[in-house]
Design a binder for this molecule. Structure first.
Ligand code: SAM
Length: 675
């Protein structure tokens, strides 16, 4: 009997799994009337159905670079945990059998992508996996990192394992077209086709064909005739074999249909998102700010030695602010922005927990985005009405709640981000660059080509914000520098009565963080077309006006400051590097001259782009334009850049990678016939 599928969620809303626990504590799906795993022996079943037929050990031994596996239906994560254990076994044996001739051949990174439409909560995952105490040493790490139930991509990096789990909370047919491929192995789980026909669709099979390459394997518990016929038609050679336990039959197979010389055809991925991947022999990153340091770390954790070059040292420019507000400023009606920044925010939080102790360079003290104007109140109302984020991510609070949470008397409520807070970007950068594969060099670079050739660098990443344009004169990088001045408020010399009871970060027109070492950090001014590096009294006074948004105690502080006016205040000046659409620019650089000529057809119709490789500036990549949101965007963008460089599947949706592509402004202008 076919079950009614769970009610469809709207927009970014997710439908969590409805789990029933039987008297033995085994999870059972109420929606699909089915078990998550074999109740007698979930571990043996997973190995029998998925892991063994995929011949992982043998293939990792022969597969160079990153190996990508996609699972439909993450469920409790049991298949993932067991695959992870296989990966640990493989890495251990690789270490013991190091041989110069074969080391290069082996897989050095496992990317496990799992798609789940009806996710379990962290607590449910933990409860289900507690049935297997022998897996606790890895399952605890999964539950530590397991994300909030927010629709979309979540890329989880497991420190020390060279393993990435990208969890995609979405329908398989929505998620698969967002992968860039290629995929090396498929686990088709996802409840029986008779009970869950919505997953076993034409989109599933056609996406699998487009994303597979020769010898990509598949393993599935089902041998249903419809599935077998559809997979055969999509190009898989299948074996029907005896199933596990009481199950009569199951299937495994290989992709044999040749897709031509390209593993992933350009119908699936646009040529401008697919630079040629070349071996990284020697790589330098120019810029030791948050973009450069996170990129260096993302590469180093993949085993790649990196040199960061900066004329001043670690995080001395815009990333040198002592307390940056870390949260996701979201906009109603701008789905791409919000999705990228929410994913980035959750990614940054995971990195902060992994790399810093709270109290040492960051504080997850919560953050209130105040609704201090009528316009902002309306914007927040609209945003909350149109989106469905979990309360743990953000929720509305009124003035009274804002006062209780913040510890100061607020006149307005706003949006509360319970886990957000402030971060010292410099402290994060210092910590990341402790990685033994990262070297720092103080040097001023003027000519990128000369530097690349003279030093035999195969790859260069430009991550020096506003200074990047001068290094890349032939690329169209429409970044804008926006000056920001911070004011530090201290007890002396003005004998100020500081509201030291402030417990959370407050964001209005400006922001203020809880006092750190007796000092408040207030900011930041927003000066367009202004390259003054010295601090100005008038900008400190502008910052004082921001205090009025922060409630009674801060308004009193403003009055005091007016009465005890000084000639100067401590603070600092930095320059944000922003882009016209306020999203960073991350990825390879197309050769614009060649592109203009070869892809001229996009001027008439973007969809009719030529299905051919685009020419890129070989070995040249950028990671810039993070504006004042680098703390939220940099770790995710670093992972994206590492994926480009290493030929891996992206940690985010393909359309989001396209929204971040440095060439997007050039391409938009071609499409609008502006060039
Ligand atoms: N592999 C899992 C494990 O190791 O625990 C068990 C998977 S369980 C048998 C099947 C999973 O597929 C469920 O978690 C279900 O919510 C998910 N699922 C069902 N329909 C889906 C769809 N259309 N897209 C993505 N996931 C789906």
């Amino acid at each position: 009997m076919k079950n009614a599928p769970p009610a469809e969620a709207t927009q970014n809303e997710l439908t969590p799994a409805k789990v029933h626990w039987d008297p033995q504590g085994q999870p059972f799906s109420e929606d699909f009337n089915d078990v998550y795993f074999n109740t007698d022996s979930g571990i043996d079943e997973s190995r029998f159905v998925y892991i063994n037929p995929s011949r992982l050990q043998e293939r990792w031994q022969q597969h160079q670079g990153s190996f990508t596996l996609v699972e439909t239906g993450f469920g409790t994560g049991l298949n993932f945990i067991l695959t992870w254990l296989e990966w640990i076994k493989f890495q251990k044996s690789a270490k013991e059998n190091t041989r110069a001739d074969t080391d290069q051949q082996r897989s050095n990174h496992l990317h496990f992508i799992s798609i789940e439409k009806f996710p379990l909560t962290k607590q449910q995952i933990s409860q289900a996996l507690s049935l297997f105490p022998q897996l606790k040493h890895v399952s605890d790490q999964l539950t530590d990192e397991y994300p909030l139930l927010v629709k979309g991509f979540h890329s989880l990096q497991f420190k020390d394992y060279n393993l990435t789990l990208t969890l995609i909370f979405d329908d398989a047919s929505q998620a698969l077209p967002q992968l860039n491929g290629p995929i090396d192995a498929w686990y088709l789980d996802g409840f029986a086709p008779a009970k869950n026909p919505d997953m076993w669709t034409e989109t599933l099979y056609s996406s699998m064909a487009q994303l597979s390459r020769k010898n990509t394997t598949l393993a599935t518990f089902t041998a249903a005739g419809d599935v077998r016929r559809a997979l055969s038609a999509a190009g898989f050679k299948l074996n029907k074999v005896s199933g596990f336990g009481m199950k009569r039959e199951m299937m495994h197979g290989e992709f044999i249909q040749s897709q031509g010389p390209l593993a992933t055809p350009f119908d699936t991925i646009k040529p401008w998102l697919k630079p040629k991947v070349t071996a990284i022999k020697k790589i330098a990153i120019i810029g030791a700010g948050i973009a450069g340091c996170t990129t260096a770390y993302a590469l180093a954790r993949r085993g790649i030695a990196v040199t960061i070059i900066d004329k001043h040292g670690i995080a001395t420019e815009a990333s040198g602010n002592p307390q940056g507000a870390m949260y996701a400023k979201l906009a109603a009606g701008e789905a791409t922005h919000s999705e990228i920044y929410v994913q980035g925010y959750l990614q940054s939080l995971r990195w902060l927990y992994q790399h810093l102790e709270t109290g040492d360079g960051w504080d997850n003290c919560g953050l209130i985005q105040l609704a201090s104007t009528e316009k902002e109140t309306l914007r927040q109302k609209k945003f909350i009405a149109n989106t469905h984020y979990p309360n743990e991510l953000l929720h509305s609070i009124d003035a009274q709640q804002a006062s209780e949470i913040s510890g100061v008397t607020m006149e307005n409520g706003g949006l509360f981000f319970p886990e957000a807070g402030w971060v010292s970007p410099q402290r994060l950068c210092q910590q990341l660059t402790l990685h033994p594969l990262i070297t720092l060099k103080n040097q001023h670079i003027e000519d990128i080509s000369a530097f690349k050739n003279d030093n035999n660098y195969s790859h260069i990443v430009i991550a020096c914000a506003n200074q990047s344009k001068a290094l890349l004169k032939t690329s169209y990088l429409p970044t804008k520098s926006i000056r920001g001045q911070l004011t530090y408020l201290e007890q002396s010399p003005n004998q100020l009565q500081l509201p030291v009871g402030l417990k959370t970060v407050l964001c209005g027109k400006g922001y203020i963080a809880p006092a750190h070492q007796g000092k408040f950090c207030l900011g930041a001014s927003y000066n367009i077309k202004d390259d003054e590096t010295q601090m100005r009294l008038s900008d400190h006074q502008k910052n004082f006006n921001y205090l009025d948004d922060f409630g009674k105690e801060f308004q009193q502080l403003h009055t005091q400051l007016n009465k005890q006016a000084a000639d100067s205040y401590p603070g600092r000046t930095g320059f944000r590097c922003t882009t016209p659409d306020y999203l960073p620019m991350v990825g390879p650089l197309i050769d614009e001259g060649d592109f203009d000529h070869e892809f001229t057809a996009i001027r008439k119709n973007l969809a009719r782009y030529p299905r051919q490789a685009a020419k890129f500036h070989e070995g040249l990549y950028v990671n810039i334009g993070h504006g004042s949101r680098g703390l939220t965007s940099a770790p995710l963008c670093a992972e994206l850049l590492a994926a480009y460089l290493c030929g891996e599947n992206f940690p985010l949706a393909k359309n989001h990678a396209e929204a971040l592509l440095p060439a997007r402004f050039f391409i938009r202008e071609m499409v609008r016939n502006k060039r």
